[in-house]
Design a protein around this ligand. Structure first.
Ligand SMILES: Nc1ncnc2c1ncn2[C@@H]1O[C@H](COP(=O)(O)OP(=O)(O)OP(=O)(O)O)[C@@H](O)[C@H]1O
Length: 273
């Protein structure tokens, strides 16, 4: 993929980049194929998600969207090819706190007996030793994420007892609790009413424009994709289409750190309440 030259955008390590330095590739997919036994799902896919891109992934049912996301987060291994995250091979990648993942709503079992706070905290200790004590810092991150998503009043409720829109905010809080640089969303608004969907998209657009977050989102909502990202896919593979909005202007990029952005996020969340 063509390198994009820019200057002044803070790098993932927080250090400003020198003028002329290339944009970092956050997800690199190199000649990736995937088969479930005899069934070919993805063949020879090459694609890069660059820092602060908003990528919309569209495809027919069964096109391989979820399979691709699962390979990116290391749940499935490509049959062929390589995937890199922040330049490291997925197999050896350990910085999972840099990535937030919002799964498909129907991937969640509504009978799961956890409270909202426990679900959000699981975003922190999912990659750590489960027996590790949750310290004050972790608790504060959890409270910040609950507050930012305006769900602090729901913290002690069972997740299965909440509405679809409320559950969506819980999973977004869980994905944000580590203050991620990359947010991966798998059809985040399926089964949610139109007004709540519109509010949700306003929210993530705000996060993309004003916070230093890169997005990769599977969606069936062509209206949203076309109105925000663009009407022409930059790449096709089988029935998968990739739509990309580059956001490389540094002037609007404020703060990555959720603890510094919670009030802003909370104000945006007002539209969803
Ligand atoms: N565990 C599995 N074993 C065998 N085949 C599978 C498995 N999981 C998915 N598939 C098949 O692989 C293909 C791609 O599935 P995938 O879930 O990635 O598609 P998708 O694009 O996310 O579809 P949808 O829009 O319906 O969610 C489908 O034909 C599906 O039936």
């Amino acid at each position: 993929m063509e390198a994009i030259v820019h200057s002044g955008i803070p790098a993932a390590d927080g250090q400003p980049k020198a003028a002329g330095e290339c944009h970092q590739s956050i997800v690199t997919i190199e000649d990736v194929s995937f088969h479930y036994e005899q069934k070919k799902v993805i063949e020879h896919l090459n694609f890069s998600v660059l820092e602060r891109d908003f990528v919309g992934l569209i495809g027919a049912n069964g096109a391989g969207k979820t399979t691709l996301l699962k390979m990116i987060v290391g749940l499935l291994k490509p049959s062929q090819g390589e995937i890199r995250l922040f330049g490291q091979k997925v197999g050896t990648f350990r910085d999972w706190e840099r990535i937030g993942y919002v799964p498909q709503k129907n991937a969640f079992n509504p009978l799961f007996p956890a409270t909202v706070r426990e679900v959000v905290l699981s975003g922190l200790y999912g990659k750590k030793n489960m027996f590790r004590r949750i310290g004050k810092t972790e608790q504060q991150k959890c409270e910040d994420a609950l507050y930012a998503m305006r769900i602090e009043d729901l913290a002690d409720r069972r997740i299965g007892q909440l509405s679809g829109g409320q559950q969506q905010r819980v999973f977004l809080a869980r994905a944000l609790v580590n203050n991620p640089e990359l947010l991966i969303l798998d059809e985040p608004t399926v089964g949610i009413d139109a007004e709540t969907q519109a509010g949700f998209f306003r929210m993530i657009r705000h996060m993309h424009q004003h916070h230093h977050i890169t997005f990769l989102m599977v969606s069936h909502d062509m209206d949203m994709v076309q109105s925000y990202i663009g009407s022409e896919p930059v790449q096709k593979s089988g029935t998968l289409s990739f739509y990309v909005k580059h956001t490389h202007a540094p002037e609007n990029c404020e703060e990555t750190n959720l603890t510094h952005s919670i009030q802003q996020l909370r104000e945006q969340m007002e539209v969803l309440v």
